[in-house]
Design a protein around this ligand. Structure first.
Ligand code: FES
Length: 252
């Protein structure tokens, strides 16, 4: 990774300004903030192998220590404790890392203040004022696809997916063992009741745990099952503006 400077003399162009720390095996991105309050924008760069804090010294960028070693998939600045100093929130494959800006140019690892979850595959993190109380809250996205908004209804028979289980991008419905990929909308596992998939192809009933599939009893109930079609998930446009998540919902 390198920093380049632009010029407006003649043709617009960029030239190499300085080499900066490597974040191998890949570069993920950068986040800028004046963390030390000297009026100059500093930069944190992150990748799979490293997070580097680069202090803007005017004519050079000097790497400053952080109480964290390892990579990150996202890094954001925000003043979570209201002391007017930007703190750093990292999304890492093993969970969030919260580094509080102490104010003397150093950071304190306050990750222990964040709630614990049994499973993490964080890909993004954001500071948002979710309840409008003027204090920054934290949003963590546990799916590789980041933030998505979809109906809280199973595309099979409308059970609430919010009480199902999320594993990466795949949500398991609390009824009928259906599993759906939130990143693609595809059905990963048909419900035990079988029926038609989103393309109209028939799938027989099945039983979990290697047991024999139940045989459909004759009659209208079985016919209804056979003809019940699993939809694709429906998504709604999402954007983050002014620290709030906005979702465009259709008018009914
Ligand atoms: S309602 Fe979700 S799998 Fe049947």
């Amino acid at each position: 990774m390198s920093l380049v400077s632009g010029t407006l003399q003649g043709m617009p162009a960029f030239s190499m300004y300085t080499g900066i720390a490597r974040t191998d095996p890949e570069a993920g991105g950068v986040a800028a903030a004046d963390y030390d309050g000297d009026g100059k924008i500093d930069v944190v760069e992150y990748g799979a192998g490293k997070v580097a804090l680069l202090k803007n010294a005017g004519t050079s960028l000097e790497e400053a220590p952080l109480p964290y070693s390892g990579g990150a998939r996202a890094a954001v600045w925000g003043d979570w404790n209201g002391d007017k100093k930007p703190d750093l929130l990292l999304a890492t494959p093993t969970g969030p890392v919260l580094l509080t800006n102490v104010g003397d140019g150093t950071f304190r690892d306050d990750t222990k203040l964040l709630p614990k979850e049994p499973y993490y595959a964080l890909t993004s993190a954001a500071f948002i004022d979710q309840d409008g109380d003027g204090k920054l809250d934290i949003l963590l996205a546990n799916t590789p696809a980041g933030i998505v908004a979809t109906d809280d209804r199973c595309p099979h028979m409308s059970a609430p997916l919010s009480i199902g289980e999320l594993d990466g991008c795949v949500v398991a419905c609390p009824l009928h063992e259906g599993r759906f990929d939130l990143s693609t909308g595809e059905t990963i596992q048909m419900p035990t009741t079988g029926g038609l998939d989103a393309d109209g192809n028939y799938h027989p009933t099945w039983s979990p745990g290697g047991r024999d599939a139940k045989v459909d009893p004759p009659g209208r109930k079985a016919e209804a099952r056979r003809l019940t079609r699993v939809r694709r998930l429906r998504y709604y446009p999402v954007r983050i503006a002014d620290g709030r998540i906005q979702v465009a919902l259709p008018r009914f």
